[in-house]
Structure formats: C-alpha cells, structure tokens
Design a protein around this ligand. Structure first.
Ligand code: IPM
Ligand code: MG
Length: 361
C-alpha cells in the first residue's frame, strides 16, 4: 500500500512530538511492509511568520490531496497579542472547516501503569473508558456575528452560538454509531436550561436516539457533566456535545488519564482525509527542550492507522507498544512522580518504535 500522509508540525512542542509520530509511522511501514510518503506543510504561527497566513492555500491543498494528516499544535505567546490581525488558531479552525471535519473523537482511557499518575484516586479512575465526540465546525467557534462591537457606551464584543438541525443530527449519528461498537451508551451534554441552541440540540438528539433503541441514552447539563466526570468517570461511554463544551470537557477528562500529554484525537468528516492530533497545545514553556510527552501524538498515529488507513492490526501494535513502554516504567516529565527518573521526547519515541519492532518480529 502506498499512502501519502501530510505532517503539520505547527508551533511550540508541535515539531518535537510530530517527529516522534513520524518515527512510529516509519517503523510501522517497515515492520508491516507499507510505503508511507510524507509531506510537511506549514500551519499556525510559523505559517504567519513565513507566509503571512496561518493556513496557506498550499498547505490546505497538500492536506486535501493526502490520505491522512498528522498535526502537532498551533499558537504561542509570540502571536497572542489580542490586537493582532491574524492568529495561529485561525489556521486550525479553517483547516477543520475546509476539510469538513465536523466530528472530533477524543478517547480517554487510563493505562494501568498510569493509575497513580492521575490527581484523582486510583479507585475513581480505574475502568475509565470514555469517548468524547465533540462537534467541531459549528457553535461559538464559527457563529457570526463575531468580533468587537464597541459603541458610545463603551467597548463590547460578541460571539454567536448557532446550530442547525443538520449539524446536530450528523454529529449525534456519529456518536450513536460509535456507541454501538462500544458499551452502547450515549450521554448528550448541553445547557438546555438556559440556551436556545441547547434546546434544539436536545430536541434533535432525542429524535436521533429513536433510531438507536439498542443504545442507552441520557441528557446531562454541562455543569453537572463537569462534576460527574470527576465523581464517577467510569460510568461514561460516549459523551456527545457541542464545540466549546467539548473543548472544555476534554481537557478536564485528560486529567483522568494522568496528563494532557496522553490524549489523542481524530477529526473526521464524511470523507478522508481526517486530521489526527494530540489534544494538548504548544506548551511554549517547555518547547525546544526535548522533554515533551510524545505519547498523545503517537496514540493519534494509532487512530490515524485505524480509522484513516484501515490498518487495525498496525494501530493495535502501536497502542500495545505504548502500554509496554509505560509498564516498563518509562516516564516523560509530565508523568513522573517526584524523584522518578524521566526520559526525553526522543527517547520515548525510540522506545515505542523498538517495542513495535520486537512485537511484530
Ligand atoms: C483543541 C484546542 C483548539 C480548540 C484551539 C487551539 C483552537 O484547544 O483542539 O482543543 O479550541 O479547538
Ligand atoms: Mg482544547
């Protein structure tokens, strides 16, 4: 199989973690007899610096022509002046919109070896296996009007939370279809006691639920969901929600897994390419120091293999390699307990690659 994969390293620790993702893909290619062709393209702050545009048309074209996209992260203090005319994050949002990536899958599981890395007690996080299905191309991120609306009374700004029934329905169908392959439970999260968009969300979600009588369904208000994620996280299976609630809840849920550095994601539309990326950001405080955790990116590579390239065996090999390396006690700084020795970003990637090689021999 000859496959083209676009790499979008982006900013901060993005290039460091994507390099390890590529290393793992190259190892998989060698071990399983595939040919992956990589093309690197610019996105985010570095694209603003070099091209004046956070997603140059060339980058979008390269992504569009490939089978899958592996992305690092975008943004950083250099570009975060609130008065700047253009921001790195706009590149990521445009990429999601242009590729039609309306469903963002964020699985959260707790590696047995990391049970003690979570700030929550082991008996709370044991058995956690949930999947956040976040709507990704609607809601507050894209609603218009958006922007400053200063008037004679002073400064003001507006964002718009708008959803159409079609947007809600297609997201809920993805959530229910995925639940059928899992523990058959969907929790739809909204703020229907306050927001009109959430009342439509709930109405449409109930209509879709009727087509999935075999799947258990519940509604939960977002504030209550934030609480239950800490109190009884193992009860959740699929959590379906709108764009910004999903952004916030997924960072919260990452703490169940011990570190934001562990969580992968897949952003999917109705056709390839999907975009696979760690949910963490650019971590400017540690960028360039070779200490970032590459496992969220490596686990995103597993999602890329499984859902982007339909290579289930290869995906499982990557996931098992990660488990094995953690079980052997290797930790990047974010995962280590005080006094525990740590390994670098590169060493972690090397170790996962070596574990793939030894398991598929
Ligand atoms: C994420 C990030 C992005 C988002 C930012 C960088 C625009 O936080 O993927 O969760 O809010 O979607
Ligand atoms: Mg986020």
């Amino acid at each position: 199989m000859n496959t083209t994969i676009t790499l979008l390293p982006g900013d901060g620790i993005g290039p460091e973690v994507v390099a390890e993702g590529r290393k793992v893909l190259e190892t998989v290619a060698a071990q399983f007899g595939h040919t992956f062709t990589f093309t690197e393209a610019l996105i985010g702050g570095i694209a603003i610096d070099e091209m004046g545009d956070p997603l140059p048309d060339e980058s979008l074209a390269v992504c569009d022509a490939s089978q899958a996209v592996l992305l690092g992260a975008v943004g950083g203090p250099k570009w975060s002046d609130p008065r700047a005319p253009v921001r790195p994050e706009q590149g990521l949002l445009r990429l999601r919109k242009e590729l039609g990536l309306f469903a963002n899958l964020r699985p959260v599981t707790v590696a047995p070896a990391l049970m003690d890395a979570s700030p929550l007690r082991a008996d709370v996080v044991r058995g956690v296996d949930l999947l956040i299905v976040r709507e990704l191309t609607g809601g507050l991120y894209f609603g218009r009007p958006q922007g400053r609306s200063d008037d004679e009374t002073g400064r003001a700004a507006v964002d718009t939370l708008r959803y159409t029934e079609a947007e809600i329905e297609r997201l809920m169908r993805v959530a229910f279809d995925l639940a059928r392959q899992r523990r058959k439970k969907v929790t739809s999260v909204d703020k229907a006691n306050v927001l009109a968009s959430s009342r439509l969300w709930r109405e449409v979600a109930h209509e879709v639920a009727r087509d999935y009588a075999d799947v258990e369904y519940e509604d939960l208000l977002v504030d209550a969901c934030a609480m239950h994620l800490i109190r009884r996280p193992a009860d959740f299976d699929v959590i379906a929600t709108e764009n910004m609630f999903g952004d916030i809840l997924s960072d919260e849920a990452s703490m169940l897994a011990g570190s934001l550095g562990m969580l992968p994601s897949a952003s999917l539309g109705s056709k390839p390419p999907g975009v696979y990326e760690p949910i963490h950001g650019t971590a400017p405080d540690i960028a360039g120091r070779g200490i970032a955790n590459p496992l969220a990116t490596i686990l995103s590579v597993a999602m890329l293999l499984r859902s982007g390239l339909r290579l289930a065996e290869e995906a499982a090999a990557v996931e098992q390699a990660v488990e094995a390396v953690l079980a052997a006690g290797y930790r990047t700084a974010d995962l280590a307990s005080p006094g525990q020795p740590t390994v670098s970003t590169q060493a972690m990637g090397d170790m996962v690659a070596a574990a793939i090689e030894s398991s598929s021999k």
